[in-house]
Design a protein around this ligand. Structure first.
Ligand code: GTP
Ligand code: MG
Length: 236
């Protein structure tokens, strides 16, 4: 029994170690490829692809963007992104395996990523998990979609750790007066460091603050990368 417990502990430690190692490897790989990597995550059907369909056309003239769709089975999401004028690749894991950091590295070896500056990864996450796993991205954004009839704290009662921004989507389905304001206030008071946006993915107007924030973030990452590259050249 003790041996079995020790074995289980070893396996758990190894999994943790491997996950950390893969995160670091991905981060190094993104750096080597000169990529800024951004995950857009949510529970199923919260509006990730709809938000990307409206966001990417407004950024694709400034940055060379591609999207990586990660899912258990093929969906129409890749086709929707392609119609938005952005190259897209898809990882299909199969029903018994969830996408993970290693699959991203494998995908980057497989797909013609050369010249891409910004890689947006669409990820489905389990809303019950306490943290969004780190795949080595520069930025992780969570989309939440308040349920009709819910109260302020119910939209995202367990906001996961490891997130840089939250988009509260579907403002057109208002479950109550000032619902989004109350939810945004709940999130801001719990995690003041987060950027919080309210949006209706169906209209571009509502998305403007989010898109502006994202543009500034990407510009910042690009500047930092250019600075690091020029320092490396100077040191050589
Ligand atoms: N009313 C309304 N519907 C929306 C909004 N955003 C998305 N939807 C709808 O919600 C459904 C799911 O949207 P998607 O963008 O496919 O959601 P997703 O998170 O990409 O879904 P998965 O990739 O399957 O997890 C679609 O029918 C959208 O048209 C919104 O702001 N308002
Ligand atoms: Mg989608």
């Amino acid at each position: 029994m003790q041996a079995a417990n020790a074995q289980a502990a070893n396996t758990a430690m190894k999994t943790e170690y491997d996950a950390g190692q893969e995160t670091a490897l991905n981060h190094a790989l993104f750096g080597k490829l000169g990529l800024t990597a951004i995950s857009v995550c949510s529970a199923p059907r919260a509006g990730k692809t709809t938000i990307l369909e409206h966001t990417l056309p407004l950024l694709r003239n400034e940055f060379r963007i591609a999207v990586l769709e990660s899912d258990l089975q093929p969906r129409l999401d890749a086709e929707r992104i392609r119609k938005a004028g952005v190259p897209v690749w898809q990882i299909v894991t199969g029903i018994d395996r969830r996408p993970d950091a290693r699959m991203v590295a494998e995908a980057l070896r497989q797909f013609p990523i050369g010249g891409v500056e910004v890689l947006v990864i669409e990820r489905v996450i389990d809303p019950d998990e306490p943290a969004v796993s780190d795949w080595g991205e520069d930025l992780r954004v969570v989309v939440c979609r308040p349920s009709p009839g819910g109260h302020a704290a119910a939209g995202m009662p367990k906001l996961p750790e490891g997130v840089d921004a939250v988009i509260i989507n579907s403002m057109d389905c208002r479950p109550g007066e000032h619902y989004e304001d109350r939810l945004a206030a709940v999130i801001r008071s719990a995690k003041p460091e987060l950027a919080v946006f309210r949006a209706c993915a169906c209209t571009e107007d509502e998305l403007a603050p989010w898109i502006g924030w994202l543009r500034q973030k990407i510009r910042g990452f690009r500047r930092a990368e250019a600075g690091a590259a020029s320092m490396a050249r100077g040191a050589a």
